[in-house]
Design a protein. Structure first.
Length: 233
């Protein structure tokens, strides 16, 4: 893996990149549910999801997941959305960078990257890359040979309670407010949990989460982000 900013500057020249990102991150994972060898659609495609699922089915720290989040409140709002009624804010399809898992309380926590404006997602991945550069620059050596590619250094930091200071550093280094996207989700309400492969992280800054929010909600979410960020400067 190289610097996400360098990759972004290459990918933004791809024709209809938002549509490509939507296909790779929503349709392939949740609509068509491509798994195993079906996911190997390009030369650089990998299947870390299957490798890590052999160890456990719950999320790993430092990995990105997408899923359907369905509870009774969401079901009511989903019905309203389909019938054209007013819909309150709900993210039906999070894109979560996992920071912690509490199996006793059956919760997964992390940054819902859909909550961040696209360029701020890019900043997050750049901050994460720069901090864990040694691991991420060489991650392809593990994924290419189907070895587990988990960022153990980050996992230890997360389990040691260092997330707040680490993300404070990320915020300072990128002049951002990543903790705005911090959310928790009940594992019992998660459907179709899917792990996003490392090479497809490149599409996340281009992803338009149109299946997650009404457009007006999305614009309000991003406006609130900028308003809160400006108050901290």
């Amino acid at each position: 893996m190289q610097s996400p900013i360098l990759t972004y500057n290459q990918y933004r020249n791809i024709d209809d990149i938002e549509h490509v990102a939507y296909t790779r991150l929503f349709e392939n994972y949740l609509k068509y549910e491509l798994k195993g060898s079906q996911k190997l659609i390009e030369v650089e495609s990998t299947d870390q999801e299957s490798v890590l699922n052999k160890f456990r089915k719950v999320p790993f720290h430092g990995m990105v997941y997408t899923f359907l989040y369905i509870n009774q409140t969401n079901l009511n709002e989903l019905y309203n959305l389909k019938t054209g009624k007013t819909v309150n804010f709900h993210d039906f399809v999070p894109m979560l960078f996992c920071t912690s898992i509490n199996l006793d309380k059956r919760l997964i926590k992390g940054l819902n990257l859909n909550m961040l404006p696209p360029k701020e997602r890019l900043k997050f991945f750049e901050a994460y890359f720069q901090y864990y550069r040694k691991f991420l620059e060489n991650v392809e050596e593990l994924t290419e040979y189907n070895k587990p590619a988990v960022n153990i250094e980050y996992k230890i930091a997360a389990l040691s309670g260092k997330n707040p200071k680490l993300f404070e550093y990320f915020n300072r280094s990128q002049n951002a407010m990543f903790n705005y996207a911090y959310r928790s989700y009940s594992l019992k309400d998660i459907r179709k949990l899917r792990m996003i492969e490392y090479e497809e992280w490149n599409y996340i800054p281009f992803f338009n989460p149109i299946q997650s929010f009404k457009r007006i909600n999305l614009e309000l979410i991003y406006k609130t982000y900028w308003d809160n960020k400006n108050k901290t400067l």
